[in-house]
Write a protein that binds this ligand. Structure first.
Ligand code: ZN
Length: 203
C-alpha cells in the first residue's frame, strides 16, 4: 500500500535514471531542447511522451484537471513558444475523462460542484455552449472542450496569437481514440497542415 514515505523513495530512486554520469564523477541531467508543448488533462492515464512516442524531456508537458486554463498555464505556454521557441502546441484530450463526465453531470443536474474543481466544470460547460455541442457523450464533450481550449490559448495570449500570425507556431487539438489509442484531430490553428477528422468546425 502506498504511503508518503515509500512513494517518495520510489520517486527518489527514479530520479537517478534521469541523470547520466560525466567525466570527473560529476552527475548532470540529460537536458535537451523541447520540440513541442503539450497541454493535457491531469487525470489522463498515460503521459504525453508515451502517447506521442517522444523521449522524456522532449516536450513542455503541462497538465491541469480538465484542461483548466489559468495564468500559470498561459505563462508556461508563452514561455514555451516565445522563449523556448517551440513551433507547436498540442491540446491533448483523452478517453473517458473524469472532468468531462463531471461536466456532463453538472449539465444534466444543473448543479455546479463545490470546491476548486468547479472551475474545470465551468470551463467545460462553457465549451459545450460555445461549440453548440451535445452533452450526451463524453467523447463529444471532450472534443468540444479540446477545440475551445485551443482557441482560448490563442485568444487569451497575444504572444501566442502573434506567433501564430507570424507562421512560427500552430495549435492542434486532438484526442486519443478510446480503443486504438490513435490520435483524432478536431481542429488545427495556424500552419499545422492537418485536416480535422471530425465534423467540428475548423478554426
Ligand atoms: Zn481527464
Amino acid at each position: 500500500m502506498s504511503n508518503p514515505m515509500n512513494t517518495w523513495h520510489r520517486l527518489r530512486a527514479g530520479n537517478e535514471k534521469f541523470f547520466v554520469p560525466v567525466r570527473g564523477g560529476q552527475r548532470e541531467p540529460a537536458l535537451q531542447a523541447p520540440i513541442a508543448a503539450v497541454f493535457r488533462c491531469a487525470d489522463a492515464a498515460v503521459g504525453s511522451e508515451m502517447i506521442l512516442g517522444q523521449s522524456w524531456g522532449s516536450l513542455v508537458d503541462v497538465s491541469t484537471w480538465g484542461h483548466v486554463i489559468d495564468d500559470g498555464v498561459l505563462a508556461t505556454m508563452e514561455c514555451a513558444v516565445d522563449t523556448l521557441e517551440v513551433p507547436l502546441i498540442v491540446v491533448l484530450g483523452h478517453a473517458d475523462c473524469r472532468a468531462m463526465r463531471a461536466a456532463m453531470r453538472a449539465w444534466d443536474d444543473a448543479v455546479i460542484p463545490e470546491g476548486a474543481t468547479r472551475i474545470a466544470v465551468q470551463q467545460a460547460l462553457s465549451s459545450i455552449v460555445r461549440r453548440g455541442a451535445s452533452a450526451d457523450s463524453v467523447d463529444g464533450v471532450t472534443a468540444a472542450h479540446i477545440v475551445e481550449t485551443g482557441v482560448a490559448l490563442m485568444e487569451r495570449s497575444p504572444i501566442i496569437s502573434q506567433r501564430i500570425d507570424a507562421g512560427k507556431c500552430g495549435i492542434i487539438c486532438v484526442t486519443t481514440d478510446p480503443v486504438s489509442g490513435q490520435l483524432r484531430t478536431h481542429a488545427a490553428i495556424g500552419p499545422v497542415g492537418e485536416v480535422p477528422d471530425t465534423l467540428l468546425e475548423c478554426v
